[in-house]
Design a binder for this molecule. Structure first.
Ligand SMILES: NC(=O)c1ccc[n+]([C@@H]2O[C@H](COP(=O)([O-])OP(=O)(O)OC[C@H]3O[C@@H](n4cnc5c(N)ncnc54)[C@H](O)[C@@H]3O)[C@@H](O)[C@H]2O)c1
Length: 285
């Protein structure tokens, strides 16, 4: 196990962003995904981002190659054995994440930290499938990872202070601001954000206003940098639906009922920016 090596599980928009900031901060990074295509796309996304930053004068051009070389695509969870920290950023599904955590538990050394970038799922439940629940923690990055400052750090029931302190140190080295919360559905960020997005989808569904008007009102009237429907497209409508389902199930309160329109879009494969179509249509994706 090496103190300079992190493994990221999932090479989607969040996993590739997390891998990028880790490599930029000097860590060696394995990036794993079940889909080889996603790994290739993730590596391409990272190199594009690094080049863009160099072109904007935010880093010297010679750093691009140096940072990129710290990244290793991985096709095997066995690589986790070489990492002191594993950050899981696979799809927002408890069964998928539990399976990953169970396998990571077998592949990693005693002191390795198993973190999840889950947006809403119970860290305590994820930890329960491992033999080291004291080493399991939530490390919730925001999208887009290279831009957003916050890392919401979620303590599970058994998370040790040592694990918490280690993760805070890593987050600070990544130039992020860690803020601690306890393990409740949606934590703080998505307990507050996602019902607002869901309400915006209900307003569209009920014909209260056009999508551009809903987003325009929230941007101009509330000073939000982007409207809730555009933000839902950025997050991914599948992820939004999973989070609402977790809130609905977790609190048993119908105020968290996912809007049927959100469900319909997800069923149709309209997942937002990542598939080229959600509430809006995106080119070149
Ligand atoms: N999208 C956001 O704005 C956002 C923000 C914070 C946290 N998150 C969380 O980050 C996680 C990933 O979200 P995303 O937006 O990157 O989704 P995404 O759809 O872009 O990527 C998910 C990736 O997980 C991979 N995957 C599926 N099953 C896997 C498995 N068994 N092992 C390894 N990889 C697997 C998929 O191939 C895909 O590449 C989710 O838990 C999500 O809730 C998302």
């Amino acid at each position: 196990m090496r103190e300079d090596t992190i493994m990221v599980i999932g090479a989607g928009q969040m996993g590739s962003g997390i891998a990028q900031v880790c490599a930029q901060s000097g860590y060696n990074v394995y990036m794993y995904d079940v889909s080889d295509d996603q790994i290739q796309k993730g590596m391409k996304r990272i190199s594009g981002q690094l080049v863009k930053q160099a072109e904007k004068g935010r880093m010297p051009h010679q750093d691009v190659k140096r940072i990129y070389q710290r990244l290793s695509p991985s096709a095997s969870l066995e690589d986790a054995g070489g990492a002191f920290l594993i950050i899981e950023a696979a799809i927002e599904n408890m069964d998928v994440k539990k399976d990953i955590f169970k396998r990571l538990d077998e592949q990693t050394e005693e002191g390795a930290i198993l973190a999840s970038n889950t947006s809403s799922l119970s860290i305590t439940e994820l930890a329960s499938v491992t033999k080291k629940p004291q080493n399991v923690i939530g490390m919730h990055f925001m999208n887009p990872v290279p831009v957003m400052q916050l890392v919401e750090v979620i303590r599970g029931l058994e998370t040790s202070d040592q694990t918490y302190d280690a993760v805070v140190t890593v987050a600070e080295r990544l130039d992020k601001v860690p803020i601690e919360v306890h393990d409740f559905p949606g934590f703080i960020s998505n307990r507050i954000l996602m019902p607002m997005i869901n309400e915006a989808v209900f307003a569209l569904y009920e014909g209260v206003a056009e999508k551009e008007s809903i987003d325009g009102i929230m941007k101009l009237g509330m000073n939000h940098p982007m409207g809730p429907l555009a933000l839902a497209d950025l997050i991914g409508l599948d992820t939004c639906l999973y989070i609402m389902e977790t809130l609905h199930r977790g609190f048993g309160d119908d105020k968290y009922r996912p809007c049927p329109l959100l469900r319909q879009y997800v069923s149709a494969g309209r997942l937002g920016k990542k598939t080229g179509k959600g509430f809006y249509t995106y080119g070149g994706n």
